[in-house]
Ligand binder design. Structure first.
Ligand code: 5GP
Length: 141
């Protein structure tokens, strides 16, 4: 199967360029972290590189080398902010694997024993709830 090229007009590219709003958590020269608008649990966030790649399969290893420490930093902060029992880190490649936005991203989701995740790409969360959860994560960074 041939895989499509990176589309520079995808929704996360627009978030990087500031053309679409997001609830930001962390930013540096190479990386951005922000709240997922359809969280599967409170504190669900996304970490993305600013350099475009469709997913992990076509990513530059040098980009990954800068990205993963930020995924770790956000995972630790999310665990602390939500007093979580665990942290789920996920990344999907192509629709067959569940990918719906075609700019590389890592999901970071605080997990609590016995609490199931909501469905992937379920309902939109209230913006004030996202902002309140973001404030907890930022305080733990
Ligand atoms: P994927 O299915 O590609 O792994 O995940 C894409 C994620 O992006 C989903 O969890 C979805 O809720 C989230 N998402 C989709 N559109 C937007 C958006 O415009 N803003 C934010 N912050 N998250 C989005």
């Amino acid at each position: 199967m041939s895989i499509s090229a990176y589309d520079p007009d995808n929704i996360f590219a627009k978030i990087i360029k500031g053309e679409i709003p997001s609830v930001k958590l962390y930013e540096d020269d190479d990386t951005l972290a922000f709240m997922d608008v359809m969280p599967q649990a409170p504190g669900h966030l996304l970490v993305i590189p600013k350099q475009g790649s469709r997913n992990l399969l076509d990513a530059d290893p040098a980009v990954l080398a800068k990205l993963i420490p930020v995924v770790q930093k956000l995972a630790v902060a999310a665990q602390e902010a939500f007093d979580a029992d665990g942290v789920y880190v996920a990344q999907f490649n192509e629709p067959a694997a569940g990918q719906t936005v075609f700019h590389l991203h890592f999901h970071v989701i605080p997990r609590h024993d016995g609490l199931p995740l909501k469905p992937h790409v379920g309902g939109m969360e209230n913006i004030d709830v996202l902002k309140a959860n973001a404030a907890k994560i930022i305080a733990a960074l």
